[in-house]
Design a protein around this ligand. Structure first.
Ligand code: F6P
Length: 548
C-alpha cells in the first residue's frame, strides 16, 4: 500500500518521522557521534552523504519495511528483463538494456533486445567515427564542423546535458548545437553561426510527429537549400522509431538510427538519441558513459534494499514529501559542467512522477513528485539561497560536487568546495540568537541596534540536504549519476503507486494549441474558445502589426 493512512507500515514510518523531526538535525548529530559515517554511502569514485536529512536508523528501518512490502527488488528485475511496466501505453521499460553487457539475455517478442541494440550501436560507432575523422563529409567534400541536434524533451535535454557536461572530453573542432524551442529565435540564432557546407542536422524525435521538432527541422531544411546547400541526404540524419515519417521528411533509411518503443523519451540518451554525444566525445567515451550507468544498474539489481543507494534516496524523497510535507527539491550542482542537470532532472522526475492518478485509475490520497528546480552554485547562492536559509518553506537541497576539477586555476576549486560544504553546514546548523548577539557586540553596535537587527540575522537551521561527491566528472561517473536518478524515479513511482513511464499530462496543451493555431492565423475570426483565450487572441492580433 502506498503512503496512505490505511497502510500500517506507512503509519509506522509517519510515527517514527515525528519523533525524528522533534529532535532536529543538531540533536541527531549529538546523539550519534558516528552519524556522518553511518549515513554515508561510498563507492570508490563517489560518496553520498545523507546525514543531514531528517532521518535516523529507526525511521529508515521503518521506511525499509514499507519499501519491502512493495517488492521493489523483484519488480526491478522483472522490468529489467522486459515485463510490460508502462501499463497505460502497453510498453516495456528497457532503457537499462541499452547499457547491458553483450552476453546478457533479454528477449521480447521472440527477439533478442541486446542483438538489436548492438546492431545500432555498431552503426553509431561507424558513423560517429566517420564524422570525427572527417571521412564522412558534406556535399562539397569538406568535413563537418557543426552538428545541430534538433529535438525536444527527452530528445534534447539528455544529449544536451551530457554533451555540455562532458565538453572537456569533446573533439574541439566540432561545434555541437541543440535546437528545441519552436520560438524561431532558437533556430535562427543557431543557423546564423553555421555554414551549410559543413553543417550536419540530427533530427531527433522518437515519434517524428512532435510539432516543435518538425517545425525546426523544416526550417533547417529550408535554410540549407536557400543557402546553396545540395544533397540533403548527406546533411540530415534522423534518430527515431518511425521509419515512415523519417522517409516522408526525406531522410534516407541508411541515415536513420533507430530505437524502439520500449525506450521512454526521458530515458533515451543511451540509445541512438545519444548520437550527438558519441560524435562529440567519441564512441569509446560514449561506451564509458554506458558502463557507468550499467555499474549503477547492477548495484540496483543486486544490492539489498538497506544498502541500495537509489532505494534509500527514494525513501528519503518519500519521507520528505509525505511525512514532512516538503514539496520542493533544489538540485544544486557545484560544477559548471553540470549546469543543465537541473533542467534534465526536471523532466525525468516531474514528467515521470508528477501525477495524481494511481496505477488502478484512482485519485491519489498523498502528495507525489515535489517541484524540482535548481541552478549551479555558487551563482545560486547569490540569488535564491536567501529563501533556502530564511524562507518560510523548507526546501530539500541536493548538492552535487566533484573533488577534482578539469580546470585548476589558483585555489578557485578549493573555494568552490568550501562554499558547497559551507552551505549544507549553514542550512543544518543555522545561527542562534546567542551567536548573533556575540557577533554584533563584537562589531561595536549599540544595544538598541543589536535588538533591531537580531531577528533578521538569526538562522533557524535544521534544513535538510544531501551531498553527492564525485571524484571527478567523467563519462563513467556521469553515467552512474544519471542512472542513480533513473532508478530513484522508478522507486518513487512504485511507492507512490503511479505510472512513472507515461506522460498523458502533456497532451492537452498540444491538442489545444492545434485548435488555437487556426484562430491565430486567421485575420478575421478568433474562433470558439474560452473568453480569456479569445481575449488574448484578439489582443495578439491587435499588437502584431507586422503580421507573419
Ligand atoms: O513532452 C512530451 C514528450 O512526449 C516527451 O516525453 C518526449 O521526450 C518529448 O515529448 C519529445 O518527443 P519525441 O522524441 O517523440 O519528439
Amino acid at each position: 500500500m502506498p503512503p496512505s493512512e490505511q497502510s500500517p507500515s506507512w503509519l509506522k514510518v509517519k510515527d517514527s518521522s515525528q519523533k525524528t523531526y522533534k529532535k532536529g538535525l543538531k540533536q541527531l548529530f549529538q546523539e550519534d557521534p558516528h552519524r556522518a559515517h553511518s549515513f554515508t554511502f561510498k563507492e570508490s569514485f563517489a560518496l553520498i552523504d545523507i546525514s543531514k536529512q531528517w532521518i535516523d536508523s529507526d525511521l529508515l528501518n521503518a521506511a525499509l519495511e514499507f519499501a519491502q512490502e512493495h517488492h521493489i527488488d523483484s519488480l526491478f528485475k522483472q522490468v529489467y528483463m522486459g515485463s510490460i511496466f508502462n501499463k497505460t501505453e502497453s510498453k516495456e521499460v528497457l532503457h537499462t538494456a541499452l547499457r547491458a553487457e553483450k552476453n546478457d539475455t533479454i528477449v521480447i517478442h521472440d527477439e533478442s533486445v541486446i542483438e538489436k541494440i548492438d546492431e545500432v550501436k555498431k552503426r553509431i560507432q561507424l558513423y560517429s567515427d566517420g564524422i570525427r575523422q572527417g571521412i564522412i563529409q558534406g556535399y562539397s567534400g569538406k568535413p563537418f564542423t557543426d552538428i545541430v541536434n534538433i529535438g525536444i524533451g527527452g530528445s534534447d535535454l539528455g544529449p544536451h546535458m551530457v554533451c555540455d557536461a562532458l565538453r572537456h572530453f569533446a573533439q574541439k573542432n566540432l561545434n555541437i548545437h541543440f535546437v528545441s524551442n519552436i520560438d524561431p529565435t532558437h533556430i535562427s540564432d543557431t543557423l546564423s553561426t553555421c555554414n551549410p557546407e559543413t553543417t550536419l542536422f540530427i533530427i531527433a524525435s522518437k515519434t517524428f510527429t512532435t510539432e516543435e521538432t518538425l517545425a525546426n527541422a523544416n526550417a533547417a531544411k529550408a535554410w540549407f537549400l536557400q543557402s546553396g546547400g545540395k544533397d540533403v541526404s548527406k546533411h540530415f540524419v534522423a534518430l527515431s522509431t518511425n521509419y515512415e515519417a523519417t522517409a516522408e521528411f526525406g531522410i534516407h533509411p541508411d541515415r536513420v538510427f533507430v530505437f524502439w518503443d520500449w525506450i521512454g523519451g526521458r530515458f533515451s540518451l543511451w540509445s541512438a538519441i545519444g548520437l550527438s554525444i558519441a560524435i562529440s566525445i567519441g564512441y569509446d567515451e560514449f561506451s564509458n558513459l554506458l558502463h557507468g550507468a550499467y555499474y549503477m544498474d547492477m548495484h540496483m539489481y543486486n544490492t539489498p534494499l538497506k544498502d541500495n543507494i537509489p532505494v534509500i534516496l527514494a525513501l528519503i524523497d518519500i519521507i520528505n514529501t509525505n511525512c514532512y510535507s516538503i514539496s520542493t527539491q533544489a538540485i544544486l550542482p557545484y560544477d559548471e559542467y553540470l549546469r543543465l542537470l537541473p533542467s534534465f532532472l526536471q523532466q525525468m522526475l516531474m514528467e515521470s512522477n508528477g501525477k495524481y492518478i494511481t496505477k488502478d485509475g484512482n485519485r491519489v490520497q498523498w502528495q507525489t513528485s515535489p517541484i524540482v528546480w535548481g541552478q549551479p552554485g555558487t551563482d545560486s547562492q547569490h540569488s535564491f539561497f536567501q529563501l533556502l536559509h530564511q524562507g518560510t518553506q523548507i526546501v530539500n537541497a541536493e548538492f552535487i560536487i566533484c573533488a577534482q576539477t578539469h580546470n585548476p586555476i589558483a585555489d578557485m576549486h578549493e573555494r568552490l568546495i568550501a562554499n558547497c560544504f559551507a552551505q549544507s553546514a549553514a542550512l543544518m546548523l543555522g545561527k542562534s540568537e546567542q551567536e548573533v548577539v556575540i557577533e554584533l557586540q563584537a562589531s561595536g553596535l549599540s544595544h538598541q541596534k543589536i535588538q533591531e537587527l537580531l531577528p533578521h540575522k538569526i538562522f533557524q537551521g535544521n534544513r535538510p540536504s544531501t551531498t553527492i561527491l564525485l571524484n571527478e566528472l567523467n563519462p563513467f561517473t556521469l553515467g552512474w549519476l544519471i542512472a542513480l536518478y533513473e532508478h530513484r524515479t522508478f522507486v518513487q513511482g512504485i511507492l507512490w503507486d503511479i505510472c512513472s513511464y507515461d506522460q498523458w499530462g502533456v497532451e492537452l496543451g498540444k491538442q489545444l494549441a492545434k485548435q488555437i493555431l487556426p484562430s491565430i492565423k486567421d485575420e478575421y475570426h478568433s474562433g470558439h474558445h474560452d473568453s480569456s483565450t479569445t481575449n488574448l487572441i484578439e489582443a495578439y492580433k491587435a499588437m502584431n502589426i507586422r503580421g507573419h
